[in-house]
Structures are given as structure tokens and as C-alpha cells.
Design a binder for this molecule. Sequence first.
Ligand code: 9MG
Length: 266
Amino acid sequence: MSNIPQVMGILNVTPDSFSDGGKFVHLATAMRHARQMVNAGAQWIDIGGESSRPGALTISEQIELDRILPVVEKIRAELPVQISVDTSKASVMRESIKLNADMINDIMALRGEHCLETVAASSTIRLCLMHLQGEPRTMQENPHYDNVVQEVKDFLLARVQTCLDAGIAAERLVIDPGFGFGKTLHHNLLLMKYLSEFAALPYPVLIGVSRKSMIGKILDKPVHKRLHGGLALAVFAVNHGAQLIRTHDVAATVEALKVVNAIYAA
Ligand code: 9MG
């Protein structure tokens, strides 16, 4: 991954995601949105078929496969962009690898059944390991840490070690503190404040804060009025070493990061 921060556009082909649920469930609308994100400068597209918001219903493997695979296939064929697949299911990982996806983005950090061996069977697919306390349905009920930064770091390093032990090359790994996943606003703020501790580890750091409730809580704004807060967090994160920003708002994020990069390049 280059040292210049990259932007990953979110493509949720779900009926119930928190910000864009239902907008891109049809292949044609998903592709239109993917094209717009690529034209706006996204280097990655993260395709998700199951909502991970608290309380979201789980779906079957077949439904997730049916939602994701046609989109992966068509983007691979038509667009010059790296493809990430947001999934925690081994079968979706396996089929995405067959379609030449570039990365598996797993909010469960490969803890699901058969996930580790499935991705270890590929020698190239990149892996984003995210921290999540608890499980998506109940993670926001009572998140607790004695030292959130240390515990999240310890978790990620343990998952990295599990991957290395399974024969996965270190260069394939990306880490993510998992903003909003089993965390209060205070936990999220501490993770952002000390993000450079994650960036000091020898793995690229991905962050996903786009339109999330941490912004809503600080600004008292509903989901579609969180762009300015999201840009502030993206700029702060890049300034503290994040290399990949996962966002719904590609054009604005690309512009913000171009300005930051111009400063670094001076
Ligand atoms: C799927 N998804 C939703 N939020 C996310 C985040 O913050 N990071 C990653 N890696 N994936 C996310």
C-alpha cells in the first residue's frame, strides 16, 4: 500500500445499512454509484452485503453471496479500482477470492468458522483485521474497557499473530481499531487521539468513521449532516498515520486529503 493515504468508497448492497440502506441493492444502481466513486478519486471500493449496525438482522450465506458476487464481478471487469469485500463469512471470502478481489475486510478479524484457513489458502488477498468488542447485534449495549487503546492494540496484535502463524505474509495485513464497534463516544475519541500508536505498528491502518454516531453525538446532527465532522476526523486520522479512509463521501474526502498531501509534499 502506498504511503500516500488512499480513499475507500463504501458500496453497501444492503436494504438496511445505517446511512445508505436500500439505495444500491440493484446491480445497475450499485454500478452507477461505484463509477461515481471511482471518478471522484476512490482507489478502493468496499462492497458489503450485510449490515453491521447494532440490531441489524443476520442474513444467510446465499443471500450475501447473491448480493455481493455480481457486483464484485462487474466492478472487476469494468472499473480501474481495488476491490475490498466486507464480509465475515468464509464462503463469501472464498468466492470473492475466486473473482480476484483485492482485500477481505472482516469486522470479526477472521474469528468466524473456517475464515482463517480460507484466506490463508490464497497467497495474495489482503486482509483488514478490525477490532469489535462483543458481537454486532449487542455490541453497543454496555461496552467496557480498562484501557481502550491498549486493549484494542493487544487484540489486533493477537489477530495479526494468528494470521502470521497460519502462514499469511505480514505485507497482506491491514489493521483497524473499529470505530463505533462496541465503543462509547469516549472510547472512540481516545482511539482517535492515540491513533499514532496504531500507526507506529508495522501494518497500514484503515479507519472508518464516515457518518458514524460519534460525529452525531459531538455535533448533535442526524446521519446525513455529518460530512464536516467526518472530514475533520479523516484529516486528523491521516495526520496521525492512517493510510486508508473508508467513507461514504468520496469526493469531499479525496479533496480534503489532496490538500493535506500538498502540505506534506511541500
Ligand atoms: C464494514 N464496516 C463498517 N464500519 C467499518 C469500519 O470502521 N472499519 C472497517 N474495516 N469496516 C467497517
